[in-house]
Write a protein that binds this ligand. Structure first.
Ligand code: NAP
Length: 298
């Protein structure tokens, strides 16, 4: 069987996980990694490292693993060079749709397929959220990013001036009082004491004991302990009382890399344009294993 030759663009956290996922995959091989010229060498990497994808010879698809604000330009360059694209920039809602539309235009112009948002979130978690809502159309979805984490409080803390990213978790003490632990990654110019004061005095946090910790990187904190509890419950008054619950623990970048490889398998079946995981038929994500998957999972 001819293996799919893949390029990884950007060797950060996700790029490394993509290299691991390709090494463990029977159907693909790493053609090489495209890095910025200033990036350090990686002795463990057994594939060519170049500064432009055109130096890699035949490439069947590229996994784009660069920061969100660089993804569109990188994808545009790849599509222009007739390399199909898979990416999973952390974008949601309107920003995701605008991003998809940008890539769709370039994909049509260069007659290439691209799969966007094919990671963990956006990605496989988006699919679960959507399926739960399909099954419980009138209801409410709760998602917490860690066991014990509060999305509501995380968003509130992230909205405080000087906070780049935040993560709010909650814990019940033995005396049954609620304690909040708020982890914040600060903007370089931020004053940690001012940020702490703003959070503990925020009406949303004032009712409970709130402890604020400054950390160098929320992403690094999440990487070591990523979990999600996703629950969809029928609205009060709905006769069914249906509820669906997903409780998962995983390495987010590792899951995103797996989903990107699944999206690669779908590329040959796609006409030019940009597709989200909602557009791609589920069977296409299995590639040649589709008949076996249908037999086993249906
Ligand atoms: N959907 C999901 O579940 C999910 C999960 C994880 C990540 N992501 C997305 O994946 C992307 C990468 O995330 P990450 O955590 O791996 O980030 P990261 O660790 O910061 O790595 C990004 C890499 O991109 C390259 N790079 C940096 N600045 C660049 C620029 N201006 N132009 C081009 N390349 C640049 C660098 O690699 P070199 O040094 O090799 O050039 C860097 O290591 C982001 O878009 C993120 O939103 C999505």
């Amino acid at each position: 069987m001819r293996k799919t030759r893949l390029a990884i663009i950007g060797l950060g956290r996700l790029g490394r996980k993509c290299a691991e996922a390709i090494a463990a995959d029977r159907t693909s091989e790493l053609a090489g990694v495209v890095r910025r010229p200033e990036s350090a060498t990686e002795p463990w990497l057994k594939a060519p490292v170049v500064t432009h994808v055109s130096e890699l010879g035949r490439v069947d698809a590229a996994l784009v693993c660069v920061p969100v604000d660089a993804v569109t330009d990188v994808a545009q360059d790849l599509l222009q060079g007739h390399v199909p694209v898979v990416e999973c920039a952390r974008l949601h809602g309107e920003s995701f749709l605008a991003h998809k539309a940008d890539i769709h235009r370039d994909a049509l112009r260069h007659k290439m397929p691209a799969v966007v948002g094919a990671g963990c979130d956006p990605g496989v978690l988006s699919l679960f959220r959507g399926q739960f809502a399909l099954l419980v159309p009138h209801g409410h979805t709760d998602i917490s990013l860690h066991a014990g984490a509060s999305l509501h409080h995380t968003l509130a803390a992230a909205g405080i001036g000087g906070v780049k990213q935040a993560l709010a978790t909650e814990r019940r003490s033995r005396e049954d009082t609620l304690q909040r632990y708020v982890y914040v990654e600060l903007e370089p110019s931020a004053d940690a004491a001012e940020v702490e004061k703003a959070i503990v005095n925020d009406p949303l946090f004032r009712d409970e004991q709130t402890l604020v910790f400054t950390v160098p990187s929320i992403a690094a904190l999440e990487e070591t302990n990523h979990g999600v509890v996703l629950e969809r419950r029928a609205a009060a008054g709905e006769g069914s009382h249906a509820s669906f619950l997903l409780e998962a623990r995983y390495d987010e970048a590792g899951v995103a890399a797996r989903m990107m490889l699944a999206a690669v398998r779908a590329l040959p079946s796609l006409r030019p344009g940009a597709y989200s995981l909602l557009d791609v038929p589920p069977g296409a994500l299995w590639g040649e294993q589709r008949p076996a998957a249908e037999k086993e999972w249906m």
